[in-house]
Ligand binder design. Structure first.
Ligand code: 48F
Length: 265
């Protein structure tokens, strides 16, 4: 029995790892923005993989508002909330409240049901840049456990047509890409202090391509472009994730090898 369990895990797990070492869209981070992009892209038939460094989903959702278990979205985001079949309650003005556990569960289920693959405990460490003019064509990754151990272990590679930084406040991946590859011309402006009315709008406006093959969504957009942050309001994250899916769909459609994949039934 024990050896059968081993065989099942090793053979099926390695098959997945091999199959997913070449994807259309690789997303770093399973927070609200990354999960939203994943659902809408997978739904269109793209092969989508999320690497999440933790062993859980949701990024900043679980902590609610300073640990009080509610988060807020504004009316503009309700069509997305409804697409994921997330329940919400009307509060006042244009604000609606959502239970954070339900938001995490349904965003994740929505991405998975649409056909996206999520691998947990994987830390995206670096980008791969090729061609002239330069273009991001993949990423390097480690198991988070290896990274935490401090052991010197070389990473593995994943190839993609679009690499998405959905890593949160520090825009880690874009910062690394810019620092190590000056030819990409990326400068990180740094996130600014909270101004919710402005940030919820500009975070969506600035969502998109940062360099050829490299994209940003979610609160990472604020770090890249020097925009103000927001607190526990998540409509901008969902709208940013959806907008990015539309941008990548357009870019991959016009790329010569941008073949669509059949959705899993
Ligand atoms: O931080 P996170 O939730 O980013 P988001 O989708 O949403 C931001 C909101 O939660 C909140 C906010 C809006 O109201 O201000 O902060 O933009 O999710 C980011 C996810 O990326 C993972 C991290 O563990 C988290 O789950 N992550 C970060 N760096 C890496 C990573 C990395 N290098 N590789 C893989 N995963």
């Amino acid at each position: 029995m024990e050896l059968d369990i081993n065989r099942a895990i090793i053979l099926a797990g390695m098959k997945d790892m091999e199959e997913y070492s070449d994807v259309d869209v690789l997303i770093a981070g399973a927070g609200p923005s990354g999960l939203t992009s994943a659902k809408y892209l997978a739904e269109k038939g793209f092969k989508v993989l999320i690497y999440e460094r933790r062993l859980s989903f949701g990024g900043g959702i679980g902590g609610g508002g300073n640990m009080i278990p509610k988060i807020v979205v504004q009316e503009e985001a309700l069509p997305i909330v409804e697409d994921f079949k997330i329940r919400y309650q009307k509060f006042e003005k244009n604000l609606f409240t959502i239970d954070p556990a339900e938001l995490i569960a349904k965003l994740s289920a929505g991405a998975l049901d649409a056909g996206a693959k999520i691998m947990l405990g994987v830390n995206v460490d670096d980008v791969i840049v090729r061609d002239n003019p330069p273009r991001v064509v993949g990423a390097l990754w480690h198991w988070t456990a290896i990274q935490l151990s401090g052991l010197h272990v070389d990473p593995l590679y994943t190839q993609c047509k679009a690499l998405v930084d959905a890593t949160g406040h520090d825009a880690e991946l874009i910062a690394i890409a810019g620092r190590k590859n000056p030819e990409l011309g990326i400068e990180i402006a740094g996130e600014r202090s909270n101004w919710t009315e402005v940030s919820e709008r500009v975070v969506v406006e600035h969502t998109g391509r940062v360099a050829p093959g490299l994209y940003v969504t979610g609160i990472a957009v604020c770090a890249v472009y020097g925009l103000p942050r927001m607190g526990p309001i998540f409509g901008g994250m969902l709208l940013s994730g959806k907008k990015l899916a539309e941008i990548i769909e357009e870019d991959l459609k016009s790329a010569p090898s941008g073949k669509k994949r059949k959705k899993k039934s």
